[in-house]
Design a protein around this ligand. Structure first.
Ligand code: NAG
Ligand code: NAG
Ligand code: NAG
Ligand code: NAG
Ligand code: NAG
Length: 461
């Protein structure tokens, strides 16, 4: 019997899923686990073929820290009492979006695990894969019905003594607008809604009633990663993170060769969020009117409109901002890396020429630490002395060992262009609180195309 079990488990693809589920259940019982054993078997997501994808068939799967990998089906009232749901904890409700192929979202277990690791919470995953599969327009028509079912489900929770403010909806793509709809049924009294690249098609020009907006919860935030394709362009929350400008993400191919390539930018929002939950490094963002201004060094702190602290992706209350009345639709910007954990630190870099020049001066600035380099090129406009920009790097500035500066003239050499420039280099990490504490190297002479290296000694704050 044991031998047979092992053989079946070793090659699960050959067996129907339900056989595998039974085998796994039995083998864990034989192994004598003393942890919580649910009264019901564990449930997984439905999968839908394209032909069957016409009914909604919404299910609610509960995951708690007592058994993080076991989904407990709690679609009817009584199930909740028999489950490990804890009414005194916050509840995170995950709502997935459109499912092209009718499959379980590949990211969902990672998101559930990250949430359970990050906080003591109940996690409920809404499985509406059947209704989410098929023609996109028909799927959008299911949104109202789905929203109502989630509304009834939350009403069950409230009847058990759960508070409205302890409910946090996390909606991915189309799921973000479903979250907005549910929040609207509660007239904005739910605690929080997080939209992970809220979908754009059919929603960009929609009214506030139809799409996610800041009125849908006490705190609404959105992470935008694909605003030029599947994602929505307009801000929809109190705080809207436009990652790398929001359109295209580093590491995603320009020329999509597979379905995963095609949704790479769109799905990046989910992966960033999971990474932020794991708290590997801070994903801090800065309010600015657009990404170009941010990269040009025009937005260096969060004073306006957040007064004190800068927003961070993750579970901090109100994203970590401490203002009493939250402003709405604040666009915030940050640069990320091309792979997990994605986060970068941002520093202001400046080069101050000793003398005005009659042409644009380009200076390339590279930070080097033992394992990584990061580079940015700044331009000093003609007849001006100051050029600046933002350099994003994977480690804090205090861990950067060396800076390299190169004066790079235009490719064609003008007669007038000297071979030497003189000036000061300065840098400081964002948010910039005190310019007097900048690290500076004075009276540097840079020879054309010849890198100049210097130790960088910024102490950690
Ligand atoms: C919940 O548990 C009670 C007692 O343990 C049992 O009588 C009841 O049938 C259970 N309900 C469900 C829906 O499993
Ligand atoms: C529910 O959570 C609270 C707060 O963490 C804890 O004190 C309590 O023991 C939990 N209840 C159960 C039944 O696990
Ligand atoms: C170099 O990389 C390793 C992991 O690959 C990391 O633990 C370490 O902190 C890095 N060193 C520096 C100076 O950042
Ligand atoms: C450089 O040009 C600016 C105007 O663009 C002028 O205000 C400034 O005085 C000039 N500085 C020098 C050193 O010539
Ligand atoms: C730069 O730092 C290294 C050690 O990290 C040291 O050996 C070297 O002398 C320093 N160079 C200068 C110019 O200070």
């Amino acid at each position: 019997m044991g031998g047979l079990n092992r053989k079946m488990v070793e090659d699960p693809r050959k067996k129907p899923l339900f056989v595998l589920a039974i085998v796994l259940l039995h083998s864990s019982a034989y192994a004598g686990h003393e942890t919580y054993v649910p009264e019901q078997p564990c449930s997984d997501f439905h999968t839908a073929s394209l032909l069957r994808g016409l009914t909604l068939n919404v299910r609610f799967l509960l995951f708690t820290s007592s058994n993080p990998s076991c989904g407990q089906l709690i679609s009817v009232g009584d199930d909740i009492k028999n489950s490990t749901f804890n009414t005194s904890l916050e509840t995170k409700i995950i709502i997935h979006g459109f499912r092209t192929l009718g499959t379980k979202p590949s990211w969902i277990n990672g998101l559930i695990d990250a949430l359970l690791q990050a906080a003591k919470v109940n996690v409920v995953a809404v499985d509406w894969i059947r209704g989410a599969t098929g023609d996109y327009r028909r799927v959008v028509e299911n949104v109202m019905k789905l929203g109502l079912e989630i509304f009834h489900f939350i009403n069950h929770l409230l009847a058990l003594g759960v508070s409205e403010t302890s409910i946090h909806l996390i909606g991915v793509s189309l799921g973000a607008h479903v979250g907005g709809l549910v929040g609207q049924f509660y007239e904005g009294r739910l605690g929080r809604i997080t939209g992970l690249d809220p979908v754009g098609p059919k929603y960009t020009k929609a009214s506030h009633e139809e799409r996610l907006d800041p009125g849908d919860a006490l705190f609404v935030e959105a992470i935008h990663t694909d605003t030029d394709s599947f994602g929505i362009r307009v801000p929809v929350g109190h705080i809207d993170y436009f990652i790398n400008g929001g359109k295209d993400q580093p590491g995603c191919p320009w020329l999509p060769l597979s379905y995963n390539d095609l949704i790479c930018d769109h799905m990046r929002a989910v992966h960033l969020y999971v990474s932020a939950l794991k708290n590997s490094c801070p994903m801090m963002a800065f309010p600015c009117s657009n990404h170009e201004d941010f990269l040009a060094g025009h937005c260096l702190d969060c004073f306006n409109p957040f007064l004190r602290s800068c927003p961070r992706i993750g579970l901090l209350h109100h994203g970590g901002v401490g203002v009493e009345k939250l402003p709405r639709e604040v666009k915030v910007y940050l640069v990320t890396d091309s792979s997990a954990p994605y986060c970068m630190y941002h520093s202001l870099v400046e080069f101050h020429l000793q003398q005005n020049r009659s042409l644009v001066t380009n200076v390339q600035i590279t930070f080097r630490s033992s394992n990584a380099t990061a580079t940015v090129k700044i331009a000093i406009p003609k007849q001006q002395q100051l050029g600046k920009g933002i350099l994003a790097h994977p480690f804090p500035l205090c861990q950067i060992k060396e800076v390299m500066l190169t004066y790079v003239p235009k490719r064609y050499i003008l007669k007038k262009e000297e071979t030497l420039i003189t000036g000061n280099f300065c840098t400081t990490p964002l948010p910039v609180s005190n310019r007097e504490n900048m690290f500076c190297l004075s009276k540097l002479s840079l020879t054309r195309n010849k890198p100049f290296a210097h130790n960088l000694t910024v102490t950690c704050a």
